[in-house]
Each structure stands twice: as C-alpha cells, then as structure tokens.
Design a protein around this ligand. Structure first.
Ligand SMILES: [Ca+2]
Ligand SMILES: [Ca+2]
Ligand SMILES: [Ca+2]
Ligand SMILES: [Ca+2]
Length: 339
C-alpha cells in the first residue's frame, strides 16, 4: 500500500497552494500503470462445493487453457484432479504469453462457500502481454471437476489503447467442466478433498473436456451423501459457483482507484474530490498551522471547491465551516497552567 509521509500531507494542506499541488500529483500519475484487484468469490450455498486456490494469469490472448471437446494438458489434469497449480503455472510460463500470474488462495487455503480469494497486481495497461485474463480452479470435492475459461479472448481487461475494461462474471453451476481425465466414481479413496490420500489417484477416464454431468445421485454413497456437501449439487436450479471480478484497486474504498488517489487511507465514508482527498486530509487538524485562522481558511476554501464540484451541498459546506471554526485546530494549547 502506498503511504504519504506526513510532510507531504502538510504541504498539501497549505491553503496558498493546495489546489496546484493536487493538480500536479494527479497529472504525474496519469500513466498506463494500473493496480488491479482480482477477486474470486465462492457463491455456493452452505454445504455447497469449495474451490481450490485459483490459478489466474494475464496474457496477450494466446494462452489457451483448454478446448471443449479436446483433451486436458497435464497441467489442467493436475489442477482438475488435485488442485495442484504447479504444472499449469509451468505450462503458462513456457508459452511466453504473459508474465503476470499467481495462485490465489482463500483465507484458509481452499475457498469455502461465502469466502473470497483476492490478490492485487500492478499491470501495464499499454502492454499487450497483460491485456487478457484467464483462470482455472478445481471444484471440490470431485474427481476432476473444474471451472475456467477455455476461450483465451473471453476476458479482455484492457482495450487496445490500454484503457481499463475490467471484469465481473458469474460462473453458473452449468458452467462446471469435467476434465475427462478421471472417472467420476466419487469413491473417497479416488476423490480429492473427499478421502484421497495421494495425488493423481483414480480410474483413468481417457475422455475429453465436456460440461460436467453432475455429481452422482444421493443414495449412491457419493459426494452428495456427505452431510458437509449435501447442498453441493451444482446442477441444481439457480446454483452459482463463483463470481470473478477484476477491478482497479481502491485500498481506502473512497471510489478513487489507488493509481489516481493522492490521499491514501481516507477515513471510511468521507467525501473526497477527484484526487481521492477528503477535506480532513487536505486540511488536517493536526498539521503545523500558523494559527486557528489559517486552518479555518483552508477549510473554507476547500469546502467552497467541494461545493463547486457538486460533491457537497451548500448546507453541508456551511456545517463543515462552522465545525472548523468551533474546533481547536491550529490553536496553541497552553500546557503549563494547570497542575
Ligand atoms: Ca471425469
Ligand atoms: Ca489422472
Ligand atoms: Ca482510493
Ligand atoms: Ca483516498
């Protein structure tokens, strides 16, 4: 996370030049660098399926994870059967299609229903090598079920001019794939995260990648007979597996992306200008004001500028100025009088 040293906050707070100082900061940051946050949220209900830590990659559009109807690569087999992202990561690196990739775990490793896995990347929007996005994650427990995009051009994150497009996609249960590498017997000893002790255990399917036909019916001794996964039938009506988002990072949640935010750590809920700065940050109470009047003048000018920008109402501007005038900010406190 970026930090702003106190002295720069103070220089921003000088009413004589806060406007030009903020303008120059915003100008300096207007490049193609983009700090983006990838989030994978498990949308399954309680006692639904988990997801393994997700392999995510940004690339030039040439990285093809799989083709429906085709056979799985060894890397796809390892993630679909065991949640192992090592081999698919090596395959991705060998393609030379991009250099921004990661395995994104949930808060406790596997991503439980309701949990989110999230990771931030610093990308170059102007680079063709970071224009498209792909992901793969195993649906667990299962023999070889997974989610992911087989079309490398499906998720374009930056347009050809380098402008951020982002991504917000829901994966329905009907979009779960079967890797075709292992028979869906759901026998615990063969089924990862359901009793299987060693990787790549199970009966070879020698099949192709197809939409998954669903778990075995309740009563067959399979996954749905386990109380923990009683609601994991991802082909149930309206079942959703995941939501995948790629957004510009906004660490302080003020609506201004990190790369354009001149004031990190804005207090939650504070109104900010286009540079991500609140009035309390532009005119901080504890700055080294010459006197109370200088502090109040900073707030007056700032409130006026927020009002002009339509960020606050006339009534709010009035209340902000009154509160500043009533405050002790900028006053020299006499500490030697009492006791
Ligand atoms: Ca299978
Ligand atoms: Ca296998
Ligand atoms: Ca922000
Ligand atoms: Ca901010």
């Amino acid at each position: 996370m970026k930090t702003t040293p106190l002295h720069s906050l103070r220089s921003l707070s000088r009413w004589t030049r806060f406007g030009s100082a903020l303008a120059s900061v915003a100008f300096a940051l207007s490049t193609h660098a983009a700090t983006v946050t990838v989030t994978i949220e498990n949308l399954a209900p309680a006692n639904g399926n988990y997801l393994t830590p997700v392999f995510v990659a940004f690339h030039d559009g040439s990285y093809d994870t799989f083709n429906p109807g085709g056979t799985a690569s060894a890397g796809l087999e390892a993630i679909a059967e065991d949640g192992n992202t090592g081999p698919i990561t090596a395959e991705f690196m060998a393609t030379g299609a991009g250099s921004a990739y990661a395995t994104v775990p949930g808060p406790n490793g596997p991503i439980a229903p309701g949990d989110k896995a999230t990771l931030t990347f610093v990308l170059d929007g102007a680079s063709e090598a970071e224009r498209y996005f792909s992901f793969v994650s195993m649906v667990i427990p299962s023999n070889d079920a997974f989610i992911g995009n087989g079309n490398p051009l499906a998720f374009q994150i930056f347009d050809n001019a380098g402008n951020f497009l982002g991504l917000d996609r829901t994966v329905a249960g009907t979009m779960v794939w079967d890797a075709g590498t292992e028979v869906n017997d759901e026998v615990p000893a063969n089924t990862a995260f359901f009793g299987q002790a060693t990787p790549n255990t199970g009966v070879d399917q020698n099949g192709t990648i197809e939409f998954h036909a669903g778990f075995n019916l309740p009563g067959s001794g399979g996954i749905l007979d386990s109380a923990m996964f009683a609601a994991a039938d991802f082909l149930a009506p309206a079942y959703q597996v995941a939501r995948i988002t790629v957004v510009l990072a906004d660490s302080d949640g003020d609506g201004v992306p990190d790369d354009l935010d001149a004031c990190p750590d804005t207090a939650p809920g504070d109104i900010v200008n286009a540079d991500g700065c609140s009035i309390a940050q532009i005119c901080p109470c504890d700055a080294d004001w010459r006197n109370h009047g200088h502090y109040v003048r900073c707030v007056v000018l700032c409130a006026r500028s927020f009002l002009r920008a339509g960020l606050i109402t006339r009534q709010q501007a009035h209340e902000i100025v009154v509160a500043a005038a009533k405050s002790d900010c900028g006053k020299r406190v006499w500490k030697g009088w009492k006791h």
